[in-house]
Ligand binder design. Structure first.
Ligand code: N01
Length: 552
């Protein structure tokens, strides 16, 4: 059916999202001279940090890593107060960047994209938004984020509950008074654990509904003093370079030492030191934790022993011990006295493996053994991750093919950036890249820069459209599959493999080979003259601005 585009506003590029990917894309493509419009559902910048305002929300990547390196002015002017920043500081940082780089003027906030359709004859995208606007654009960049579509639990009776329901991922912007309340928390992933360890230290009565216990390691956060800040700012070029060489996209220790290459007492000593030091040290002491089941078991035992040492009631400690999956095959958390929280008299664990939730009632939560009355119910039940946001609106590619149809068996793309059959559509931190397995900010910068180079190449060579070749996409998907199969990553049920959403295709969708290998793959495609991409020069629609910039 012909599209009515008579009201359309013509731009070079539509960018979706105001998280770290969308904000950097907005800056980068504006600086390249493109006429851009950026669209964001939230009322302002910040992405997940705009929405996730729950008590205790904090990033468990180092603040220094979890910040932009593309602008030296920004990194020199901004100072982090803590090694691991809390949500309010990260949101203030996002606002600082938006102000400093004057990004807001490009955004339409509180606006959702409702469809994006490719026009084969004109080589243009038509993008419609919830406020009735229509844009025609040569390019679309989807910076919709891997964790931006929260899911409610599949428990009967939720709508019947008469108390207050709060969602970790859509926390109210106005203060919520939880003082003295009976608060139930469903979910013990990263969000739930942060809420529990925070509310447990207030005068709330906290009831934790735990289904699968998660592993968590001590964060041991600390304030950053002036001397440290000065040294840090002097070293930024080296830090950013190190992040780009690292599997996590952060300046984290990496080991080349297999677990069993050391005697048992030395291994124990290293684990004790890492536990005492906190942060990411633990992940950097052995090289083979995700490939050697026996090594993984021993590290998991070490953490289970720590739980037993911390939690005074040994029956409770047993319930908190994660079992049945390798440590680090589900997203581990860095916590602040999470296990200690269960020694507090106002914190109660309901083990939903032993005593499953039957329903949510008007008064609270009923498990098999009885009803727990609650004033407030907090849902920290996770996300339709990686693909949820992209499939939440209609995207139609070449010959009217819906993305939902192409991705019916799971997402397919080259690098998580370009998709066969969807010309001039780019993703940042897309589902087949390292996505949520590495530092989102480092990946975002990598992806946006790669896209910018492709667009420059197109304009220099007179191309109107670009997409992944079928062969390159197939071969990248095979590499994702092979890399995951060679590790223990597939041995846990988690959002990483889509098992938290009913009916979702299962399997590792992210590239598990590390950010450094992913970056090398991106660079190799550019270095081979983009032979893995298919270009279409028909009626080249190069933006006049980009052409002018390229000619300079
Ligand atoms: O979500 P999750 P999240 N009955 O999917 C439970 C990032 N993040 O928002 O495992 C009972 O991890 C579910 O139980 P189970 C980070 O990448 C980072 O916490 O399915 N329980 C699980 O316990 C993270 O991985 C930070 O048995 C039910 C929980 O809900 C990602 O976001 C902070 C249930 C969901 O855990 C997602 O974390 C926060 C049911 N019917 C988030 N349905 C930091 O940087 C679901 N659950 C620190």
């Amino acid at each position: 059916m012909a599209q009515d585009t008579s009201r359309a506003q013509c731009v070079d590029m539509v960018i979706v999202g105001a998280g770290f990917g969308g904000m950097y894309a907005t800056w980068k493509f504006r600086e390249m001279g493109l006429d851009i419009v950026s669209i964001e559902e939230g009322g302002d910048v910040g992405g997940v940090w705009y929405w996730n305002r729950y008590p205790g929300a904090r990033c468990d990547l180092l603040s220094v890593d979890y910040s932009y390196g593309f602008s030296d002015a920004v990194q020199q002017e901004w100072s982090w107060s803590e090694e691991f920043a809390a949500q309010p500081e990260i949101l203030t940082y996002a606002n600082f960047v938006a102000d400093r780089l004057d990004l807001r003027k490009h955004y339409r906030f509180s606006t959702r994209v409702i469809s994006a359709k490719w026009d084969d004859t004109r080589n243009l995208w038509t993008v419609r938004t919830s406020d009735g606007a229509v844009f025609e654009a040569r390019f679309c960049v989807m910076s919709t984020g891997p964790l931006s579509m929260p899911t409610d639990p599949d428990i009967p009776g939720l709508s019947s509950y008469k108390g207050m329901v709060l969602r970790a991922a859509k926390w109210p912007h106005d203060p919520v008074d939880l003082q003295g309340k009976r608060v139930g928390v469903i979910g013990t992933g990263s969000s739930g654990m942060q809420i529990i360890q925070t509310l447990g230290r207030t005068d709330c009565e906290v009831f934790v509904f735990q289904r699968t216990p998660s592993f968590t390691l001590p964060m041991r956060n600390r304030k950053l003093d002036d001397a440290y800040q000065t040294e840090l700012k002097r070293n930024y070029p080296a830090i950013r370079a190190a992040c780009r060489m690292n599997p996590t996209g952060g300046a984290r220790p990496v080991s080349t030492r297999p677990f069993f290459s050391l005697p048992a007492d030395h291994r124990q000593e290293l684990m004790e030191q890492a536990w005492a030091h906190g942060g990411h040290t633990f992940l950097g002491i052995f090289s083979d934790l995700m490939t050697n089941q026996e090594a993984n078991d021993q590290v998991a035992d070490f953490v289970r022993d720590k739980i037993a040492q911390i939690v005074t009631d040994q029956q409770l400690a047993e319930k908190l011990k994660p079992r049945g999956y390798p440590i680090f095959a589900r997203r581990p958390c860095l916590d602040t006295e999470y296990y200690e929280t269960y020694n507090l008299p106002n914190v109660h664990l309901i083990d939903c493996l032993e005593d499953p939730i039957a329903e949510i009632t008007p008064r609270g939560v009923r498990t098999q053994s009885g009803e727990t009355e609650l004033d407030v119910l907090i849902l920290a039940t996770g996300y339709d991750a990686l693909t949820g946001a992209m499939l939440s609106f209609e995207i139609t590619g070449r010959q009217g093919r819906p993305l939902a149809e192409k991705w019916a068996g799971g997402p397919r793309s080259l690098l998580g950036i370009v998709i066969e059959g969807f010309p001039n559509l780019f993703m940042t931190t897309g589902p087949n890249g390292p996505a949520a397995l590495a530092n989102i900010v480092t990946i975002s910068e990598n992806d946006v820069d790669w896209i910018a180079d492709v667009i420059t190449h197109m304009d220099q060579t007179g191309q109107a459209a670009v997409e992944a070749s079928t062969e390159a996409e197939d071969s990248w998907m095979e590499r994702i599959h092979q890399t995951a199969s060679n590790s223990l990553m597939l041995k846990a049920k988690t959002w990483w493999v889509g098992s938290n959403v009913k009916g979702k295709p299962q399997g590792m969708l992210m590239f598990t080979g590390g950010f450094h290998k992913y970056r090398e793959a991106c660079e190799a495609i550019a270095a081979n003259g983009y032979r893995d991409l298919v270009f279409d020069s028909a009626g080249s629609a190069a933006s006049p601005n980009v052409k002018a910039a390229a000619a300079q």
